[in-house]
Design a protein around this ligand. Structure first.
Ligand code: GDP
Ligand code: MN
Length: 384
């Protein structure tokens, strides 16, 4: 689960990590009149799940109210294309408005999971602000790594060593140590896979501020962080959210062959085989273990909501569920849903003969396949 900047900063605030003064987060230009902005300049920041907003026009400074209104009205609704989004970009639906700060120095600091040593690691550099990937390539000697013990968090001496290496000013040492230890706390307490502050700044008044936040939480741990469940799901498409309600694992893709498969492994193999046969899948869809009439009906509905779909490939392995029962489910579901595209069905496993018979005697137009390869080829040719 990826958090947008202000959600990450909400966590920072709980951990006494200093952030810029916030005037508000708004979705409509009119809401600006309700904010209590007590001084200019302010910084206006697009709240989207991508980095590189600054370079792409998603971070702007306004010197007065009129300018702020102009920037916000241009930013809300714009499609932000950054080096991380791909050419389609992301739509800006919310902006964060904060007090602007005079920056004297930008530092990079993050906590990530280092899989090689199976422990969190602080990565930092005294040259922050720009892309850390670039820095790692061009000036690797400026990158400081510090492994962290999960039980004890970042130790004082480690934070001090970081402060030395980052050339933190003496009078900010205490503040930096507190900051670094709290940042690691956030990482551990929230089961994060990444907590990044780029840039951590030292202001002209010699204060430390986390100017940006990037927080990614391990999805498998969300049940331990109930308060995160209330946050909007910003990563899924509308269809993906709908599928989630039915407990169907669905991920939308770019192709035109809708896939209904049981089991994630078989689903992956199906996508690969479709590709090999010269086509492109419209989705990854794992109906789950049940594969009963209700789940299959829901799956058909979800697949058909994607208007790109020109053919459907059902690839189900009858293991615990027998093929004849699955076939009955498919027939029943197909009657419930208006399917106007060809449906290729490949069944394999227990009672497959009986299953195929049920499909062919159903009076519905299923194209049957004898193998995964056969099914994929048929689906690809029907989708063209
Ligand atoms: P990102 O580009 O998506 O990582 O967005 P950031 O929040 O990191 O902002 C990008 C850049 O905008 C920062 O590196 C700063 O240089 C600049 N910036 C952001 N907030 C302020 C501010 O309050 N004052 C000034 N002077 N610059 C800012
Ligand atoms: Mn940043």
């Amino acid at each position: 689960m990826k958090l947008v900047e202000y959600e990450g900063k909400d966590i920072f605030i709980k951990y006494s990590i200093p952030v810029s003064k916030r005037y508000g987060v708004i979705k409509e230009l009119e809401e600006i009149s309700k904010l209590n902005i007590d001084g200019y300049p302010v910084v206006i920041k697009a709240q989207v799940l991508t980095g590189g907003r600054g370079k792409a026009g998603g971070v702007k400074i306004a010197k007065n109210y009129e300018e702020a209104k102009k920037i916000i009205s241009a930013m809300l609704g714009m499609t932000l294309v950054t080096h991380q989004t791909g050419p389609c970009g992301v739509k800006v639906e919310e902006v964060l408005i904060e007090k602007a700060t005079d920056i004297s120095r930008e530092i990079y600091i993050s906590v990530v999971m280092d899989r090689k040593i199976s422990s969190p690691t602080v990565i930092s550099s005294k040259e922050g602000g720009m892309s850390i990937e670039e820095l790692a390539r061009n000036k690797p000697e400026l990158i400081v790594k510090m492994p962290v013990d999960v039980e004890s968090g970042l130790m004082d001496w480690q934070a001090r060593e970081l402060a030395y290496k980052l050339e933190i000013e003496k009078e900010l040492f205490g503040e930096f140590i507190k900051f670094a230890k709290n940042l690691v706390r956030v990482f551990i307490d929230y089961d994060a896979s990444l907590v990044e502050v780029n840039p951590l700044i030292i202001t002209k008044e010699n204060k430390l501020i986390a100017l940006d936040s990037k927080v990614i939480i391990d999805d498998n741990s969300i049940f331990r962080h109930k308060e995160l469940l209330h946050l909007p799901d910003r990563e899924s498409s509308e269809l993906e959210r709908e599928a989630k309600k039915f407990e169907i694992n669905y991920i939308g893709l770019d192709g035109n062959i809708g896939c209904m498969v049981n089991g994630a492994g078989l689903a992956m193999a199906t996508l690969d085989t479709i590709k090999l046969a010269g086509g492109d899948a419209a989705n990854f869809l794992d109906v789950g273990g049940g594969a009963n009439v209700e789940q299959i009906t829901n799956a058909f509905k979800i697949i058909l909501k994607d208007k790109k779909v020109k053919a459907i490939l059902v690839n189900i392995f009858g293991g615990i569920m027998k093929c004849d029962n699955i076939a009955k489910g498919i027939v029943e579901a197909a009657k419930n849903v208006c399917i106007k595209v060809p449906v290729v069905v490949r069944l394999e496993g227990t009672n497959v003969k009986e299953g195929k018979k049920i499909l062919s005697e159903s009076g519905l137009k299923f194209v049957q396949a004898d193998s995964l390869w056969d099914g994929c080829q048929k689906a690809v040719s029907l989708s063209k």
